[in-house]
Design a protein around this ligand. Structure first.
Ligand code: SF4
Ligand code: SF4
Length: 175
């Protein structure tokens, strides 16, 4: 797979997406990414930086240069584990994680694909209230469940309530 600089060489900034991006920045009263002075503090503490070619400070920079769609396809968009360290560290209150959230939101609302594992998690949570079903673990050669480990049964969350809150949040996002 070509590196990000080769990919960007083959593309151009995307002004319509930039307008949409700044529309949401304004609506959500987020800090303008142009206030980023590329100090690198976000990247130096990023939990996910080993998983991705694009570093958080570069992500912000590419977005403000207009490569919004390219960043919507970048690995960092979904590799970010939302630890919020960049938000804590950013001296300009830009915080790459806010830009990442915004681009995730644009990706989902444009109907683009999201990683399969995330779709599974959303499906599990909306159906059962858990991100995954209860698991068994290996003890020696034997698989054991919660009961065998002497753990109490899991309290089943109110998935119906979660679903209705999720639907309401999604409707608000679409307004
Ligand atoms: S910490 Fe903030 S100002 Fe510094 S590079 Fe990252 S986003 Fe830009
Ligand atoms: S919130 Fe995301 S981008 Fe920011 S430091 Fe954590 S993993 Fe990195």
């Amino acid at each position: 797979m070509p590196g990000i600089t080769d990919q960007l060489r083959a593309t151009k900034p995307q002004p319509e997406l930039v307008d949409r991006f700044y529309g949401v920045v304004e609506k959500l009263k987020l800090e303008n990414p142009f206030h980023c002075f590329q100090c690198f503090k976000c990247t130096s503490g990023c939990t996910s930086f080993r998983l991705t070619e694009i570093m958080p400070h570069a992500f912000v920079n590419f977005v403000r240069l207009g490569f919004v769609e390219d960043m919507m396809r970048s690995e960092l968009l979904w590799a970010c584990c939302q630890c919020l360290k960049c938000k804590e560290r950013c001296p300009q209150e830009v915080a790459p994680v806010d830009v990442i959230f915004l681009l995730r939101r644009m990706t989902v609302s444009s109907g683009s694909e999201i990683p399969e594992d995330l779709s599974k998690i959303i499906m599990n949570v909306t159906e059962t209230g858990f991100i995954q079903g209860t698991q068994t673990v290996k003890v020696g050669d034997t698989s054991v469940d919660r009961e065998k480990l002497g753990l109490p049964p899991l309290e089943i969350p109110n998935a119906e309530k979660f679903r209705s809150v999720l639907m309401k949040a999604m409707e608000e996002q679409m307004e």
